[in-house]
Write a protein that binds this ligand. Structure first.
Ligand code: SF4
Ligand code: SF4
Length: 92
């Protein structure tokens, strides 16, 4: 059996990707999220942001704007594109 390698946690909502490797659990994004999507994992060796309620994400981008460590990025999924298209916005 192979030794278990590092697990890379990458999670997403319909609007944002979350890569918590650089997260220092400052909780700025948690305070900024209006939908209580985000929380903190309590691991002793690396506290970091987690998605506790991803279905509630509305794509407001507050988390992206307040995070200083580039943990969040846009999830340009088909859903996101279709929602923008409904609003007359072309994603490029
Ligand atoms: S995009 Fe808005 S609703 Fe979604 S996780 Fe970020 S702050 Fe919360
Ligand atoms: S703002 Fe960025 S660094 Fe701070 S807890 Fe959120 S994801 Fe982590």
């Amino acid at each position: 059996m192979k030794a278990q390698t590092e697990k890379r946690q990458v999670v997403k909502t319909a609007f944002v990707w979350v890569n918590p490797r650089n997260c220092n659990a400052c909780e700025r994004c948690i305070d900024a999220c209006p939908k209580q999507v985000l929380g903190v994992d309590g691991s002793f060796w690396h506290k970091h942001v987690v998605l506790e309620n991803p279905d509630a994400c509305t794509g407001c981008r507050n988390c992206m704007q307040v995070c200083r460590r580039k943990v969040f990025s846009e999830n340009a999924s088909d859903l996101f594109k279709s929602i923008l298209a409904e609003q007359g916005i072309e994603y490029s």
